[in-house]
Write a protein that binds this ligand. Structure first.
Ligand code: SAH
Length: 255
């Protein structure tokens, strides 16, 4: 039997409508869908009725299915001749381990395709009224992981990030927020730098908390910030405040 094909697909940041047309078409055609916790379950409703749906989600701190097993499952299904969708939250190549899966498939000579998605930092920031770049505030932004796991080989250069990049979008950083803030302050980032925390960005349950590097850890604890959430650090957070103020002014003029 001819080997199948694996599509490593980005599901977008949370709102199921933010998936690409190409990704949606692959979901509709798939024999098997291996999906993560952050890929909206609503999207599975578009799968064929006879499609096999396999949950591979990882809750924070736990691995529902070890990466090695996921890699092996992708290979096995493809060798069985199946059309496989590997559905991941956001973009598969941004802290999504899509690269590891692609390498495994390439090793086996299996046909695969990467379908990008809107990464959660971009999606959530936009939905919270925060442009990651802005001519008045930021000429650069970086996507940074806030958590390191056993086996990670690249250090996070907080010393350079504190000064070299204008907007920091930090993934997987909720539990590390006090330590991240301390690192940035230690390396000379101003305590008055604005920070936004965006929980469940782009979904109907999105919540945004804003503060500064001086108080954001206290606010996060008081408001019981939970995962998934992004930390956006930089002057661009001021645009959100300005948008909200302008909206208030407009409402009071009408009212
Ligand atoms: N590949 C994904 C990221 C996976 S890492 C992407 O491109 O978005 C998981 C982290 O992504 C979470 O810890 C959180 O920081 C972030 N994240 C994912 N979905 C999110 C959402 N809807 N709102 C806020 N943060 C989200």
């Amino acid at each position: 039997m001819a080997a199948g094909k694996v599509y490593i697909v980005g599901a977008g940041p949370g709102d199921p409508e933010l998936i690409t047309v190409k990704a949606m078409r692959r979901i509709q055609a798939a024999d098997v869908i291996l999906y993560d916790r952050l890929a909206s379950e609503e999207l599975l409703g578009y799968a064929r009725e006879d499609a096999e749906l396999v949950y591979c989600g990882k809750a924070p701190g736990m691995h529902a299915m070890p990466q090695q097993l996921i890699n092996e499952a992708l290979v096995r299904y493809a060798l069985d001749g199946k059309t496989v969708v590997r559905l991941k939250g956001g973009d598969p190549f941004v802290f999504g381990r899509g690269g590891e899966e692609a390498l495994k498939l390439a090793d086996w000579g299996i046909d695969y395709e990467i379908i990008p998605g809107i990464t959660s930092a971009i999606g959530a920031a936009a939905a919270a009224g925060i442009p990651v770049t802005h001519r008045e505030y930021a000429a650069s932004f970086a996507c940074v992981t806030g958590s390191r796991c056993h086996g990670d080989k690249t250090p996070i250069r907080w010393d350079l990030l504190a000064h070299g990049v204008d907007t920091l979008a930090i993934y997987m950083g909720v539990s590390q927020l006090p330590a991240i803030r301390e690192e940035l302050l230690k390396h000379g980032k101003s305590a008055s730098t604005p920070v936004a925390l965006i929980e469940r960005g782009t979904t109907s349950r999105q919540r945004t908390i804003t503060g500064t590097l001086a108080d954001i850890h206290t606010l996060a604890a008081a408001k019981k910030l939970s995962n998934p959430a992004l930390i956006i650090i930089g002057e661009v957070v001021r645009v959100r405040d300005r948008l909200l103020q302008a909206e208030q002014r407009a409402i009071s003029m009408i009212g």
